[in-house]
Structure formats: C-alpha cells, structure tokens
Ligand binder design. Structure first.
Ligand SMILES: [Zn+2]
Length: 70
C-alpha cells in the first residue's frame, strides 16, 4: 500500500508511482535529471526504461510543452 503520488511518463503515458519514474526539471535551458526529486521548478517524468529516456531526450518540442515554455 502506497500513498505516493502517481505520475505519468511523458514518453509512453504509463502511470506509476513517483519513485518509479525518473524526474526531470527544466534548468538553464535544458532538462536535468533530479534523482533526489527535490529540485525546485516544474518537473516532468518518464519511466526507467531506455526507450522512454531516449524518446524523452529526442523530443525537444514536447519537452518544452511539458515544461510550459511555449
Ligand atoms: Zn514510459
């Protein structure tokens, strides 16, 4: 039983507990991983899978939308 918040992977839209997903924050014009999940700012999440990670990094446009930069 977990009370963890649920987050959605922006690559495949799979939902999972916050701790199962990798958190990113937008910082100085690029997405940084946030292993501690403590950095301030708008976060985005993706699963701990190679495909999702690559898709995440490759999709700059989507990233910007996720981070509400446009
Ligand atoms: Zn995913």
């Amino acid at each position: 039983m977990t009370r963890e918040p649920i987050r959605t992977c922006i690559s495949c839209n799979r939902k999972g507990a916050k701790s199962e997903l990798i958190r990113y924050v937008w910082y100085n014009g690029s997405a940084l991983t946030d292993p501690s999940q403590k950095l301030a700012g708008r976060g985005a999440y993706h699963c701990d899978k190679k495909e999702c990670k690559e898709r995440f990094k490759a999709n700059g446009k989507r990233l910007k939308r996720v981070f509400r930069l446009t």
